[in-house]
Design a protein around this ligand. Structure first.
Ligand code: MN
Length: 189
Protein backbone atom coordinates (compact mmCIF):
# COMPACT_ATOMS: atom_id res chain seq x y z
CA UNK A 1 0.00 0.00 0.00
CA UNK A 2 1.22 3.47 -0.85
CA UNK A 3 0.96 5.96 1.97
CA UNK A 4 0.73 9.73 1.97
CA UNK A 5 3.98 11.35 3.07
CA UNK A 6 3.68 13.60 6.10
CA UNK A 7 3.92 17.31 5.42
CA UNK A 8 7.41 18.45 6.47
CA UNK A 9 5.83 21.53 8.18
CA UNK A 10 2.47 22.35 9.74
CA UNK A 11 -0.45 23.22 7.43
CA UNK A 12 -0.37 26.87 8.52
CA UNK A 13 3.45 27.26 8.34
CA UNK A 14 3.50 28.73 4.82
CA UNK A 15 1.04 31.53 5.50
CA UNK A 16 0.43 34.07 4.07
CA UNK A 17 1.85 32.67 0.82
CA UNK A 18 -0.09 29.40 1.01
CA UNK A 19 -2.98 29.04 3.43
CA UNK A 20 -4.02 26.17 5.69
CA UNK A 21 -7.29 26.15 3.74
CA UNK A 22 -5.31 25.36 0.58
CA UNK A 23 -3.56 22.49 2.41
CA UNK A 24 -6.86 21.22 3.76
CA UNK A 25 -8.05 20.67 0.18
CA UNK A 26 -4.79 20.20 -1.72
CA UNK A 27 -3.09 17.81 0.71
CA UNK A 28 -6.16 16.46 2.52
CA UNK A 29 -8.38 15.86 -0.51
CA UNK A 30 -6.60 16.07 -3.89
CA UNK A 31 -3.35 14.35 -2.86
CA UNK A 32 -5.22 11.83 -0.70
CA UNK A 33 -7.46 10.91 -3.63
CA UNK A 34 -4.46 10.25 -5.90
CA UNK A 35 -2.88 7.92 -3.32
CA UNK A 36 -6.15 6.16 -2.45
CA UNK A 37 -7.08 5.71 -6.13
CA UNK A 38 -3.63 4.36 -6.98
CA UNK A 39 -3.94 1.79 -4.20
CA UNK A 40 -7.30 0.63 -5.56
CA UNK A 41 -6.05 0.48 -9.15
CA UNK A 42 -2.89 -1.55 -8.44
CA UNK A 43 -4.41 -3.96 -5.91
CA UNK A 44 -3.79 -7.52 -7.12
CA UNK A 45 -1.77 -6.40 -10.16
CA UNK A 46 1.96 -6.65 -10.95
CA UNK A 47 2.24 -2.95 -10.04
CA UNK A 48 1.38 -3.51 -6.37
CA UNK A 49 4.95 -4.62 -5.59
CA UNK A 50 6.66 -1.77 -7.45
CA UNK A 51 7.92 1.60 -6.30
CA UNK A 52 6.11 4.72 -7.52
CA UNK A 53 9.02 5.46 -9.86
CA UNK A 54 8.88 1.97 -11.39
CA UNK A 55 5.13 2.24 -11.92
CA UNK A 56 5.57 5.64 -13.59
CA UNK A 57 8.26 4.33 -15.95
CA UNK A 58 6.35 1.16 -16.83
CA UNK A 59 2.98 2.81 -17.49
CA UNK A 60 4.11 6.03 -19.19
CA UNK A 61 2.58 6.50 -22.64
CA UNK A 62 0.49 3.33 -22.49
CA UNK A 63 -3.23 3.88 -23.00
CA UNK A 64 -4.29 0.75 -21.12
CA UNK A 65 -2.50 1.94 -17.98
CA UNK A 66 -3.40 5.63 -18.27
CA UNK A 67 -5.33 5.77 -14.98
CA UNK A 68 -2.52 4.06 -13.06
CA UNK A 69 0.04 6.39 -14.64
CA UNK A 70 -2.02 9.49 -13.81
CA UNK A 71 -2.46 8.58 -10.15
CA UNK A 72 1.11 7.33 -9.65
CA UNK A 73 2.46 10.44 -11.37
CA UNK A 74 0.33 12.73 -9.26
CA UNK A 75 1.23 10.85 -6.04
CA UNK A 76 4.94 11.23 -6.88
CA UNK A 77 4.67 14.84 -8.08
CA UNK A 78 2.81 15.92 -4.95
CA UNK A 79 5.16 14.24 -2.52
CA UNK A 80 7.99 16.04 -4.32
CA UNK A 81 6.05 19.32 -4.29
CA UNK A 82 5.49 19.23 -0.50
CA UNK A 83 9.26 18.88 -0.14
CA UNK A 84 9.88 21.67 -2.66
CA UNK A 85 8.54 24.20 -0.14
CA UNK A 86 9.67 25.43 3.25
CA UNK A 87 8.67 28.22 5.66
CA UNK A 88 12.26 29.45 5.21
CA UNK A 89 12.33 29.16 1.43
CA UNK A 90 13.42 31.67 -1.19
CA UNK A 91 16.49 32.08 -3.33
CA UNK A 92 19.03 29.30 -3.89
CA UNK A 93 22.45 29.58 -2.27
CA UNK A 94 25.93 28.08 -2.44
CA UNK A 95 26.92 25.63 -5.18
CA UNK A 96 23.47 25.56 -6.78
CA UNK A 97 23.45 29.35 -7.10
CA UNK A 98 26.94 29.22 -8.61
CA UNK A 99 25.74 26.66 -11.15
CA UNK A 100 22.68 28.77 -12.01
CA UNK A 101 24.87 31.84 -12.58
CA UNK A 102 27.33 29.82 -14.68
CA UNK A 103 24.52 28.56 -16.93
CA UNK A 104 22.08 31.48 -17.00
CA UNK A 105 24.27 34.53 -16.36
CA UNK A 106 22.40 35.61 -13.25
CA UNK A 107 19.69 34.39 -10.90
CA UNK A 108 17.06 36.85 -12.21
CA UNK A 109 17.29 35.42 -15.75
CA UNK A 110 16.90 31.90 -14.39
CA UNK A 111 13.98 32.98 -12.20
CA UNK A 112 12.21 34.66 -15.12
CA UNK A 113 12.62 31.57 -17.29
CA UNK A 114 11.25 29.31 -14.55
CA UNK A 115 8.40 31.71 -13.84
CA UNK A 116 7.60 31.87 -17.55
CA UNK A 117 7.44 28.06 -17.75
CA UNK A 118 5.04 27.99 -14.79
CA UNK A 119 2.80 30.76 -16.08
CA UNK A 120 2.63 29.55 -19.69
CA UNK A 121 1.82 25.90 -18.93
CA UNK A 122 -1.62 25.84 -20.58
CA UNK A 123 -4.18 24.21 -18.32
CA UNK A 124 -3.10 21.92 -15.50
CA UNK A 125 0.47 20.85 -14.93
CA UNK A 126 3.83 21.48 -13.36
CA UNK A 127 6.99 23.57 -13.76
CA UNK A 128 10.32 21.92 -12.95
CA UNK A 129 14.01 22.44 -12.56
CA UNK A 130 15.79 19.20 -13.33
CA UNK A 131 19.33 17.91 -13.44
CA UNK A 132 19.98 16.37 -16.85
CA UNK A 133 23.36 14.66 -16.44
CA UNK A 134 24.88 17.63 -14.65
CA UNK A 135 23.11 20.35 -16.67
CA UNK A 136 20.22 22.33 -15.18
CA UNK A 137 17.06 22.44 -17.26
CA UNK A 138 13.74 24.22 -16.81
CA UNK A 139 10.71 22.43 -18.15
CA UNK A 140 6.96 22.17 -17.83
CA UNK A 141 4.74 19.10 -17.91
CA UNK A 142 0.98 18.73 -18.44
CA UNK A 143 -1.46 17.06 -16.06
CA UNK A 144 0.29 14.12 -14.30
CA UNK A 145 3.36 14.03 -16.55
CA UNK A 146 6.60 13.98 -14.64
CA UNK A 147 10.32 14.17 -15.45
CA UNK A 148 10.64 10.83 -13.63
CA UNK A 149 9.33 9.09 -16.76
CA UNK A 150 12.05 10.81 -18.83
CA UNK A 151 14.87 9.61 -16.57
CA UNK A 152 15.66 13.17 -15.43
CA UNK A 153 16.47 14.08 -11.83
CA UNK A 154 14.02 16.68 -10.47
CA UNK A 155 15.44 19.41 -8.22
CA UNK A 156 12.27 21.38 -7.50
CA UNK A 157 8.70 21.58 -8.80
CA UNK A 158 5.84 24.06 -8.80
CA UNK A 159 2.28 22.74 -8.96
CA UNK A 160 0.32 24.98 -11.35
CA UNK A 161 -2.98 23.10 -11.24
CA UNK A 162 -5.64 25.63 -10.18
CA UNK A 163 -6.25 23.64 -6.96
CA UNK A 164 -2.73 24.68 -5.84
CA UNK A 165 -3.46 28.41 -5.75
CA UNK A 166 -7.10 29.26 -6.34
CA UNK A 167 -8.11 29.90 -2.71
CA UNK A 168 -5.14 32.20 -2.14
CA UNK A 169 -4.63 33.85 -5.53
CA UNK A 170 -7.81 33.08 -7.55
CA UNK A 171 -6.80 33.32 -11.23
CA UNK A 172 -3.50 35.14 -10.53
CA UNK A 173 -1.10 32.28 -11.25
CA UNK A 174 1.82 34.66 -11.83
CA UNK A 175 1.42 36.09 -8.31
CA UNK A 176 1.40 32.58 -6.83
CA UNK A 177 4.54 31.63 -8.74
CA UNK A 178 6.27 34.86 -7.69
CA UNK A 179 5.42 34.20 -4.01
CA UNK A 180 6.59 30.59 -4.36
CA UNK A 181 9.97 31.66 -5.76
CA UNK A 182 10.47 34.56 -3.34
CA UNK A 183 9.30 32.90 -0.11
CA UNK A 184 8.62 29.15 -0.36
CA UNK A 185 11.10 27.51 -2.76
CA UNK A 186 13.10 24.95 -0.82
CA UNK A 187 16.32 24.75 -2.86
CA UNK A 188 18.25 23.35 0.06
CA UNK A 189 16.17 20.16 0.03
MN1 MN B 1 -1.78 19.55 -6.86
Amino acid sequence: MFEMIKLPYSADALKPYMSDKTFEFHYGKHYKTYVDTLNKLVEGTKFSQMSLEEIIRQTHGQDEYKAIFNNAGQAWNHQFFWQSMSPNGGKPKGKLLEKIIAQYGDYEKFKQELKNAAVTQFGSGWAWVVDNEGVLQILKTANADTPVSLGLKPIICIDVWEHAYYFDYQNRRADYVEAFLEHLANWQE
